[in-house]
Structures are given as C-alpha cells and as structure tokens.
Design a protein around this ligand. Structure first.
Ligand SMILES: [Zn+2]
Ligand SMILES: [Zn+2]
Length: 208
C-alpha cells in the first residue's frame, strides 16, 4: 500500500455517505463518496463468485494510465480494488462499469486461485461478463523514466521503446546526470539495463 492516509480517509467518507448514495441509484455519482459506494453496490450485482464483503475499495487520485487496479495481499489474502477518479470523470458511469467488472475478474482469480494475470482463465471469465480484456488507458504515457537519486525529482514520460527505454545505461538523468529507472506504467515493472528491459518485455507480453 502506498497511501495509507488516503485510503483511511476515503473509507471514512464512504461510510457516512452510504445511505444517501444507495437511494439515488438512477443518476451517475457526482462525488467521490457516491462513486465508491456505487462501485461497491454495483459489484454486488455482478454475476461472479466474488466475496465482495471482504473486498476493500479505494480511490486513486494519482494513477496516470490505469483506470483501475486490483491488489492482492498474499499474507492476509485480502483484495483491494483501487479505482481512478480521473478515469471515471472521463468515461462516465456506464462505461466505467466495464472497469469495475474487469477488476472483479481479477478479484475472483485472487480469491479462488491466489494469483491473477490476463491469461486464458481471465479471458474466459471476462468473456462471460462482457468485459474488455484490457482496461482502456486514459492517458498516453506507457513508460516513465525516474531518477534513482531520492534527492532528485526528475521524471520523463515515454510513449515508445526508444533507446532511453531499451538501454537505460546509455543515458543519464536529465537533471543531475545520475542513473534512472524505467517503469512500465500499467504493470509497475521496472528496469535499469538493456537486459532488464528484455526480461521485462517478456514478462509484460501482451500487456505492453
Ligand atoms: Zn487487468
Ligand atoms: Zn537525477
């Protein structure tokens, strides 16, 4: 978890607004609290064997590219679905329900199999629920370069696998000339060398 304060705050708001939100099911949610509450109740209506009572719902204000993500804590076996507010604002409620169904398929895999990918099992379940295999991205940057020096805040977006992405050792941070790390935004997979890139590319596969 990268933002404990944010999630605690979000949950508190959701609880206090839950009664009002469930009474207004016809219109699209307009506040963050309504949105999370609607997502939660929508999830309960989806025909998939997910224990929705044990799923934690969170909002991301920071995600750049993903509309949603499903996280699994291997120790507690708890599932968290984190939805991106900016993506909801762009898509609207109806289209965003696809994102929720997509993340529910991940939750289903985590709860029943302890792992989740976009493999055959995922695709078969997703097809049952009329879920797109990939969540549509709502911004362009596929990759981000970040300086490895914690004192340096340099970062740069990259769209394609240019040399700065495929062979980071040949280049330097644009601010301090130090080393940088490349991150594939959708998967969070990182690398610092050409070997690391080749390995990452293989692991990312179709999700590139
Ligand atoms: Zn997914
Ligand atoms: Zn730097």
């Amino acid at each position: 978890m990268d933002s404990t304060d944010e999630s605690v705050e979000t949950k508190a708001t959701t609880r206090s607004a839950s009664e009002g939100a469930s009474a207004r099911t016809a219109s699209a949610p307009t506040t963050r609290a309504e949105f999370l509450e609607r997502a939660r109740s929508y999830a309960e209506s989806v025909a998939i064997d997910v224990d929705t009572d044990s799923v934690e719902w969170e909002l991301s204000e920071r995600a750049k590219r993903r509309a949603g993500v499903c996280l699994f804590d291997r120790q507690s076996e708890s599932v968290t679905i984190r939805l991106t507010w900016a993506a909801y604002e762009e898509y609207g409620w109806k289209e965003f329900t696809e994102v929720i169904r997509h993340e529910l398929v991940h939750a289903w895999e985590f709860q029943h199999f302890g792992e989740s990918t976009h493999g055959e099992r995922f695709q078969a379940k997703a097809a049952e629920l009329d879920v797109p295999r990939h969540c549509r991205s709502f911004s362009d940057a596929r990759l981000v370069l970040r300086c490895t020096d914690p004192a340096c805040s340099w970062r740069a977006d990259r769209h394609r696998a240019s040399e700065s992405v495929t062979d980071p050792e040949q280049r330097r941070c644009g601010a301090c000339r130090g080393r940088y790390v490349v991150e594939h935004v959708d998967t969070g997979i990182r690398w610092r060398t050409n070997e690391g890139y080749e390995d990452a590319r293989e692991r990312i596969g179709d999700d590139w």
